[in-house]
Design a protein around this ligand. Structure first.
Ligand SMILES: NC(=O)c1ccc[n+]([C@@H]2O[C@H](COP(=O)([O-])OP(=O)(O)OC[C@H]3O[C@@H](n4cnc5c(N)ncnc54)[C@H](O)[C@@H]3O)[C@@H](O)[C@H]2O)c1
Ligand SMILES: [Fe+2]
Length: 388
């Protein structure tokens, strides 16, 4: 039996409306909180969420600096710029992030930048962050990245046309609030792309070479919840039950990937984001069925278990038949959810594939988790599936 290590956040509060209890929960941070940085985005201003939170904190005598200029899928430069101009001068005791993965990842980086005297570029990679950061409360408003529970933060390096991660246990927050009410207004396209990202986290963790009993538990429950709610969340955006299941499913996906890691889908998605600005969820959703078809002969039994937990296959099906049903279902979801199907729409052409394959192959942190090795030719062939 092999050893595995799992570490997670200290406190979760789950339930629609849980954001209203933010103020009273600050005690869980175990540190006096007089000044906070609230990192959020325009969507939360429009929904009145920022105003509500600032008022709640003011009532408790907490001074709040609102930061809303983190870019979508932020660059390293953007993170450093926002840090220098607003976060460092505000010198907060704690950080609260309310938003999608872009905002949560930025807050995780700010928290450790406040306590580590080192440039952000030196934190890139695994376990480079020396000291714990300031305490954080993370409140996801997309049901996708699971960033609220992962030790990862992703930044874009435009010069190198790459996305790259900081991976450190010091990026874990103290408190996570899951409030599905915040996701009711999530636009359809973002619901679809982020939801498929979450499903990808669970499925890739489940077939990862590092899969283990802890990751399997979270991955299976994540897939069950997402398979049962993703179409409803897309078609009936106001369904609190579907939104709640998606939010929990995406958090479980984040826990699964923390315990086992994602794999080739995410590695192949990085060059699409870095160079062609395909958003993270869309890139993963487009690649997922093709990479799973490539992987099929190396993990058919696992794909069958995933298909069964999603209610797509029967135990009597052979591994290959059940795995085929899962791949077919993923393709159908991408159509029903109106996920783009053609990389040409993003400016990708045959002549780019060789460089993209090299870039993807360099994401060894994730490639080593894939159950089947990919040659540069294999990677090009997978991208080619998306250039019909
Ligand atoms: N840290 C991790 O473990 C991890 C895992 C996967 C992805 N990521 C990263 O996360 C980023 C993507 O995050 P994301 O997919 O959550 O999207 P996002 O944070 O980039 O947001 C996408 C859009 O959704 C809008 N939005 C967010 N919540 C909303 C709401 N409730 N209502 C209306 N609009 C809303 C935002 O304003 C934005 O326009 C990428 O940079 C990706 O690389 C991180
Ligand atoms: Fe992802």
């Amino acid at each position: 039996m092999s050893l595995y290590h799992f570490q997670t956040v200290k406190h979760f509060i789950h339930g629609p409306g849980s954001l209203d209890s933010l103020g009273e929960r600050l005690g869980l941070l175990d540190t006096p909180v007089r000044r906070v940085a609230l990192i959020t985005q325009d969507a939360m201003h429009r929904l009145g969420v920022t105003e509500r939170v600032v008022a709640q904190l003011k009532g408790l005598g907490v001074e709040t600096t609102v930061i809303d200029n983190v870019e979508i899928e932020p660059t390293l430069e953007n993170i450093e710029g926002v840090f220098r101009s607003t976060i460092a001068p505000a010198a907060p005791d704690a950080l609260i992030a309310i938003g999608g993965g872009s905002v949560l990842d930025a807050a995780k980086l700010f928290a450790v930048m406040l306590t580590n005297d080192m440039p952000l570029k030196d934190m890139l990679g695994i376990d480079k962050v020396a000291h714990p950061g300031k305490p954080m409360v993370l409140v996801p408003t997309t049901s996708g990245t699971g960033s609220e529970v992962t030790p990862n933060a992703i930044v874009t390096l435009p010069d190198e046309e790459l996305k790259i991660g900081v991976v450190s246990r010091h990026l874990l927050p103290t408190l996570v609030l899951l409030d599905a009410n915040l996701t009711l207004g999530l636009p359809k396209a973002i619901t679809a792309a982020t939801g498929m990202d979450a499903f990808t986290h669970a499925l890739e963790s489940f077939i990862s070479t590092k899969a283990n009993p802890v990751s399997d538990t979270f991955a299976l429950e994540s897939m069950r919840l997402i398979a049962g709610s993703i179409v409803e969340a897309f078609q009936q955006p106001g369904s609190v039950q579907a939104r709640s299941d998606m939010l929990l499913g995406s958090m479980y996906g984040g826990l699964a990937l923390t315990a086992a890691g994602t794999a080739a889908v995410h590695a192949l998605a990085y060059p699409l984001g870095g160079k062609f600005h395909v958003t993270h969820g869309v890139a993963n959703a487009m690649l997922l069925p093709h990479v799973m078809a490539f992987n099929l002969d190396s993990c058919a039994a696992r794909l069958k278990r995933a298909a069964c937990v999603c209610g797509i296959a029967h135990h009597a099906d052979s591994d290959e038949v059940a795995a085929g049903k899962l791949i077919e279902q993923i393709k159908q979801w991408t159509q029903v959810l109106e996920i783009p199907q053609n990389l040409r729409d993003f400016g990708v052409a045959e002549e780019h594939l060789a460089d993209m394959a090299v870039a993807a192959s360099k994401v060894t942190r994730l490639m080593i988790n894939n159950p089947k090795a990919l040659s540069l030719d294999d990677i090009q062939q997978l991208y080619r599936c998306l250039l019909p």
